[in-house]
Design a protein around this ligand. Structure first.
Ligand SMILES: [Zn+2]
Length: 433
């Protein structure tokens, strides 16, 4: 790679990564891991590939320390979701540089951060930088499907390769303005994704004689309405307390107080805070009869539900039963992932805060619990790692970025790539000294 600047280097590396089709399924992340290994070994970083099956390798690069300071790991995943070329105005796997942005599937989620992490560690290696504790870069497979080839497997099968005190992953980093002041959102916790099935029972019959049957679809309607109308019990979390304290200057005394103070800043902020105070229910799918003229005996409703860290699926189902009351139905948990948090008062937080202040003296980092989960939870659970989601962005609005992730015309401004490299280098240099 004959790049002349960090900016050119990270741009070129991202373009090359996008051109490697790692659509998951099937993934085929080994090609991306090999590309990264070639790039990193050129710069003197130690690299190892770990693969449960040959075509789905995870890359781990390491800059060893001579001391015993804290270990920092840059985590990212190399797989991407499907792209339908017909919906795009660029080639999804073309990696085109257009108007100061790199276009292609994975630019935001998250080959941009893969490239920035690799360039951060490569440039530090070339400078002869010696970290206080080992600096590790893990580019893992299979985040989007989570079938056991990526971070989860790596933590279980090769814990010594990826054990770390601190970790920087995807999940946040966007610059937002709240009450006219700038903040960079840093995700320190993730809600648990715990969808469940509500199965409503009735009795089938011919649709021409509704009186002889007991229509499960009709019975489901009132239960769905109850879930939609349900106002869950709210509780104050460490993340909301710290977020409100950062933005309003005052720690809230109750969940109601937090919502009221957020509303005084603006309605968007209140809407952002509300789901962080409780579990949420969103009925999203329903199936009943497969025939127009047959009254269904069963109606299945799938409910997306996100729990605060610390809430269990058993508690969730208890709350659900209380909300629905007695009836001819059953509840079944479908899965439960994530739902972990890291403390906010840590040296990694200080590193984020110092970097934000240097970038924009009037800006502050703001901690948040995000609704979705990332691979961070495997590391929190396996090693007690302090894991934050922080990849700074300010050239593209968070609203636009949200519409492009997992969608058509995904792209990332080169300015934000460069910003990401700068932050990651800063974090590596700050920790442990
Ligand atoms: Zn992702």
């Amino acid at each position: 790679m004959a790049a002349v600047s960090v900016r050119a280097e990270v741009t070129e590396l991202l373009q090359e990564l996008i051109r490697v089709d790692t659509t998951n399924p099937p993934g085929n992340e080994t090609a991306a891991a090999e590309l990264l290994r070639a790039y990193l070994e050129d710069s003197g970083a130690e690299c190892e590939l770990y693969a449960r099956v040959p075509e789905r390798a995870n890359l781990v690069a390491r800059l060893p320390s001579r001391g015993d300071g804290p270990t920092l790991l840059f985590l990212s995943h190399t797989d991407v979701v499907l792209a339908d070329a017909a919906e795009w105005s660029a080639e999804p796997f073309g990696g085109e540089l257009r108007g100061g942005e790199v276009w292609g599937r994975g630019a935001l989620d998250m080959k941009g951060q893969v490239a920035a992490s690799a360039v951060a560690i490569a440039t530090l290696a070339r400078e002869g930088f010696e970290p206080a504790g080992d600096l590790i870069f893990a580019a893992t497979a299979d985040e989007e499907v989570g079938a056991g080839f990526g971070a989860q497997w790596l933590c279980e099968a090769y814990p010594d390769a990826v054990r770390c005190d601190y970790l920087i992953n995807e999940g946040s980093g966007e610059r937002v303005e709240l009450g006219g002041k700038p903040y960079y959102i840093c995700s320190v916790a993730e809600k648990m994704s715990a969808p469940f099935r509500l199965r409503v029972h009735g009795r089938s019959g011919h649709a021409s004689m509704p009186g002889i049957a007991d229509n499960a679809l009709v019975k489901a309607a009132s239960l769905i309405t109850k879930l939609g109308d349900y106002v869950p019990e709210r509780q104050l979390t460490p993340e909301v307390t710290a977020l409100l304290e950062t933005v309003t200057g005052v720690a809230p005394v109750s969940p109601q107080d937090a919502l009221a103070r957020a509303g005084e800043i603006d309605s968007f902020f209140a809407a952002m805070v509300e789901p962080l105070l409780s579990l949420t229910f969103s009925p999203t799918m329903a199936t009943a009869s497969q025939k127009r003229n047959v009254i269904p005996a069963i109606c299945d409703v799938i409910v997306d539900s996100r729990l605060l860290p610390g809430t269990t699926p058993a508690e969730q189902l208890e709350v659900t039963r209380a909300a629905l009351g007695d009836g001819d139905y059953e509840l079944e948990s479908l899965e439960a992932h994530g739902g972990t948090r890291s403390p906010i008062d840590t040296p990694l937080w200080d590193a984020v805060a110092a970097w934000v202040e240097q970038l924009e003296p009037e800006a502050r980092p703001a901690p948040i619990c995000v609704a979705g989960f990332t691979d961070s939870h495997w590391f929190r659970e396996a090693f007690g790692t302090v894991a934050y989601g922080f990849f700074p962005s300010r050239a593209m609005s968070p609203e636009l970025a949200a519409t492009l992730v997992h969608s058509a015309d995904e792209r990332i401004p080169v300015d934000d790539l460069e910003l990401g490299v700068d932050f990651l280098r800063h974090a590596a240099k700050s920790l442990g000294w």
